[in-house]
Design a protein around this ligand. Structure first.
Ligand SMILES: C[S@@+](CC[C@H](N)C(=O)[O-])C[C@H]1O[C@@H](n2cnc3c(N)ncnc32)[C@H](O)[C@@H]1O
Length: 296
């Protein structure tokens, strides 16, 4: 089953046919790579073959592998994804890790926790927010690492919030609360001035850049998750500009940015009243994460 799938994926020009074949077979058979090898000589049900054919056809139509599989790993957490949400990216794992480090810097306890269930917890010591949560990936990474945090996950898209809700329910992450609305307006007013850390991966692609995106991104992922406006900085401007009034006096903001937006994002943060602002690189050395602190 796997070698036939690999041949089919090679024929349609998939970049990593062997790996993708393994994942697709895993999806329909429920068997990992070693189990697939052990059972290679056994017959396969017709149902499994047609299910696999369907997945290969979807892949052949250009649909991203992650949507075809229906889930993707983010910071070691299995996240359900479909066309309603952006596929979580490796650079966003850096954003989540930096946000966790900022919580630690602000005095928050970072897991692993000694509680029996790292996801739940009746009492919380502080609140953080993930704005533009999409699938809920960053919020869930924060919930897994920050045992005492109440996490607010918000999005303007009701479709995205539906996906995030399902992911949060699936992970039994009872400390994650959802809000619908544009940026900070999705949060209850009572949180103003009380968030330890705010994080966001907002849309930051300009309308012109959008036209140059590969079809696998532009034709499949939500435009509203990618494009911010004519300059690409519009959403970053709002998040950075409004964050100081929602943070505690020693709080931090952590925002994913485009690789060419570092100096503009730092200038916006200093203008907004942050006393320290700098950019951290992603795994391939591009400036991708703005960190802005209200105290140094
Ligand atoms: C780049 S995606 C990030 C999704 C997810 N946080 C991740 O990192 O995979 C941007 C998200 O921001 C949301 N968004 C766009 N405009 C927004 C707004 N005005 N207020 C809140 N969220 C918004 C989109 O719906 C989308 O889910």
């Amino acid at each position: 089953m796997r070698s036939d799938t690999e041949i089919a994926l090679t024929a349609i020009g998939v970049e990593r046919p062997s790996t993708e074949a393994q994942w697709l077979v895993e999806e329909v058979s429920g068997m990992d790579a070693s189990q697939q090898l052990a059972h290679a000589s056994e017959g396969v049900s017709r149902r499994a073959v047609s299910a696999l054919q369907l997945l290969v056809e979807r892949r052949a139509s250009g649909e991203p592998l992650q949507y075809v599989l229906g889930s993707w790993s983010f910071c070691g957490i299995d996240i359900s994804v479909d066309r309603r949400v952006l596929i979580p990216r490796p650079e966003t794992e850096v954003v989540a890790q930096v946000a966790i480090a900022e919580v630690r810097r602000c005095g928050g306890r970072v897991g692993p926790t000694d509680a029996t269930d790292a996801w739940s917890g009746n009492s919380t010591a502080y609140a953080v927010a993930d704005l533009g949560t999409g699938s809920g990936a960053i919020a869930l990474a924060l919930a897994a690492a920050l045992p005492d945090a109440e996490i607010w996950a918000t999005d303007v898209s009701e479709d995205a919030v539906a996906v995030a809700r399902a992911n949060i329910a699936g992970a039994a992450a009872t400390r994650v609360r959802l809000g619908i609305g544009s940026w900070f307006s999705a949060l209850p007013e009572i949180l103003r001035g009380s968030l330890l850390v705010v994080t966001s991966n907002p849309p930051y692609v300009s309308e012109a850049e959008y036209k140059a995106l590969p079809p696998e991104v532009a034709s499949w992922e939500p435009v509203s998750a990618l494009v911010s406006g004519p300059t690409g900085l519009e959403a970053i401007e709002v998040v950075v500009g409004e964050a100081p009034s929602w943070l505690v006096p020693e709080g931090s903001l952590v925002v994913e940015i485009g690789a060419t937006q570092a100096s503009a994002a730092i200038a916006l943060a200093l203008d907004a009243g942050f006393v320290e602002a700098f950019v951290i690189k992603d795994l391939v050395g591009r400036d991708r994460v703005l960190v802005a602190r209200l105290t140094d």
